[in-house]
Design a protein around this ligand. Structure first.
Ligand SMILES: NC(=O)c1ccc[n+]([C@@H]2O[C@H](COP(=O)([O-])OP(=O)(O)OC[C@H]3O[C@@H](n4cnc5c(N)ncnc54)[C@H](OP(=O)(O)O)[C@@H]3O)[C@@H](O)[C@H]2O)c1
Length: 317
């Protein structure tokens, strides 16, 4: 069975490809930046190049495909790549390509916990619009909405790890009591692979997260403990951070925080704590004890990250 993975070279995508290969699927990858497919063992996957904004490239990539795992999504807008063009219209293009390819039997869309019809939150709104396009597309679908995803190469904990590494004071937006339910990237990848062929999950939205709901303050403490650092949190209302973040977004290539992330940080982002066990029959790993990759962040990598130049050694794209 041929499974097409879009966003295959991303932080989540490469783990999904690994899971699918272990399950002995024939994997086809839609690769956005030519050359990045070299991360996969030679001849292990079939490669098609293209963008989700290019219907002709999609039509060719979809030939003979039975299942689609659509992972392409951006959380930071850059140049012409906007939430609308990638998360909404790109997903609509994928849904149309799936419908036009007679062979496609199912599409798994990775959305985000918090996706909603709320234009005030442009990222979440675009993810919701993408969901709508898939649901209206006419191909049986499963929408997976994960909470934040952690693991080596992620953005969220790597950024916090870099901050904690270099700064004795750690800014916290608001009270820091807002809860998240981080899921490890390998557990999410496994859940996605296990979604294929699941008739009981057809045309459903599946909200998942890790085994614990952690406040931002608790997550910071876990990272401090992992890195063996004592840090003093100082709480700032989000309105006070907004001008700085606005400026950083305009001058830094990779700002430590974007306006969109600042908005999302104060929105509750949790599912049921037994969601993965309930839907997929295994227990995902907790955050505590699984952050060791942050110990590899050097002081100079931390400085570069805080200066808006996160090195490829921490996150390679
Ligand atoms: N990471 C999280 O915490 C998290 C939480 C909830 C939901 N999600 C969702 O999970 C999905 C995967 O996230 P991720 O963290 O793995 O993202 P990521 O690391 O940024 O990977 C995104 C992938 O999409 C590709 N891509 C970007 N624009 C494209 C385009 N126009 N056409 C084709 N491919 C394109 C990228 O290729 P290039 O690098 O070559 O451009 C990359 O392979 C996204 O939909 C995201 O919204 C992530």
């Amino acid at each position: 069975m041929v499974v097409l993975v879009t966003g295959a070279t991303g932080f989540l995508g490469r783990q999904v490809v690994g899971e699918l290969l272990e399950h002995r699927y024939d994997v086809r990858c839609l690769v956005h930046t030519p050359g990045r497919e070299r991360m996969f063992p030679e001849d292990s996957v079939d490669v098609h190049y293209g963008s989700v904004s290019d219907p002709a490239a999609l039509a060719s990539a979809f030939l003979g495909v039975e299942s689609v795992i659509h992972l392409v999504g951006i959380i930071r807008q850059q140049g012409g790549a906007t939430f609308q063009s990638v998360n909404h219209e790109g997903t609509a293009n994928v849904a149309a390509a799936a419908r036009n390819a007679d062979s496609v039997k199912e599409i798994v869309l990775v959305s985000a916990l918090g996706a909603a019809n709320n234009p005030g939150m442009p990222y979440m709104h675009s993810k919701w619009q993408g969901e709508q396009a898939v649901a209206a597309g006419g191909v049986p679908y499963t929408i997976i909405r994960p909470s934040i995803v952690f693991g080596k190469g992620d953005e969220f904990t790597s950024m916090l790890g870099a901050l904690i590494k270099v700064s004795p004071l750690v800014p916290v937006v608001g009270t820091g009591r807002n809860r998240f339910q981080p899921i490890h990237v390998n557990d999410l990848a496994r859940s996605i692979a296990l979604t294929l062929g699941r008739a009981d999950l057809r045309n459903r939205v599946v909200e998942i997260g890790g085994p614990e709901q952690l406040s931002y303050n608790e997550l910071l403490k876990l990272i401090c403990d992992t890195l063996g650092k004592f840090r003093i949190p100082f709480h700032l209302p989000s309105w006070m951070m907004r001008p700085n973040v606005w400026l950083m977004e305009r001058v830094l290539p990779k700002p430590p925080l974007t306006s969109e992330e600042l908005r999302m940080i104060s929105v509750r982002n949790v599912a049921e704590t037994d969601a993965v066990a309930g839907f997929f029959g295994f227990n995902p790993r907790p955050v505590g004890g699984n952050l060791d990759y942050l110990k590899e962040i050097s002081f100079s990598e931390g400085i570069k990250t805080m200066a808006g130049f996160m090195p490829a050694s921490l996150r390679d794209h």
